[in-house]
Design a protein around this ligand. Structure first.
Ligand code: ITT
Length: 199
């Protein structure tokens, strides 16, 4: 029988990647919606880790299952780490990613390649009944390109480029992105932690 795991996210794009990365017949991974959980979560932590824990604990409070959560975002060094933990709210919650990406590109106009370094960060938290909560972090280093490129992925993928391929993460196949992404790295670490708990 497979173990039920609820992923505390309302982001469908994340959910697609999570299923691809944690593709394991012994785990049945449900989104909050699939689990029939509809709660508003206030993400008022000061770090990716704090926010991931806030989400996982909020959902764990209303069910008996194992709960995982992902808090992630883009850190641009030249902008002092912006948008960081405010990635989904950057330039307003309802602003499209075309606009968010254009705005970031305009703030980076004329900035030399060496100063365009950036990373995606993903904290994954787990609340497992009978265990202390666990949080892990995964990252992927890259740089902000000169223009958006690619149709895959979501969010800031079209402007985030990987150095070795000189293409954006929206130009990578889903398999390539997941094999090196912040989310892939964090979820693979979390899988080891859960295995260590016998899950
Ligand atoms: P949940 O809180 O419901 O999980 P959310 O979209 O609000 O969904 P976050 O608060 O973690 O999630 O915000 C993360 C934002 O960072 C996300 O909306 C994207 O804009 C960006 N982001 C995270 N991972 C990304 C990725 O793999 N590719 C592109 N952008 C990403």
């Amino acid at each position: 029988m497979s173990r039920r795991i609820i992923f505390a996210t309302g982001n469908k794009n994340k959910m697609v990647e999570i299923r691809e990365i944690l593709n394991d017949p012994s785990w049945e991974i449900l989104s909050m919606k699939e689990a029939g959980i509809d709660i508003d979560i206030v993400e008022d932590g000061n770090s990716f880790e704090e926010n991931a824990l806030i989400k996982a604990k909020a959902v764990a409070a209303v069910c008996d299952d194992i709960v995982l959560a992902d808090d992630s975002g883009l850190e641009i060094d030249y902008l002092g780490g912006e948008p960081g933990i405010y990635s989904s709210r950057y330039a307003g919650e309802d602003t499209s990613y075309d606009i968010k990406n254009q705005l970031l590109l305009s703030r980076m106009e004329g900035v030399s390649h060496e100063k365009r370094t950036a990373r995606f960060v993903c904290a994954v938290a787990a609340v497992v009944p009978g265990h202390e909560p666990v949080v892990v972090r995964g990252t992927i280093e890259g740089y902000i390109g000169d223009k958006p490129a690619g149709e895959n992925g979501f969010g800031y993928d079209p402007i985030f480029y990987v150095e070795d391929k000189h293409c954006s993460t929206a130009q990578l196949s889903p398999e390539e992105k997941n094999s090196r992404s912040h989310r892939g790295n964090a979820l693979r670490l979390m899988r080891e932690k859960l295995r260590g708990m016998g899950i």
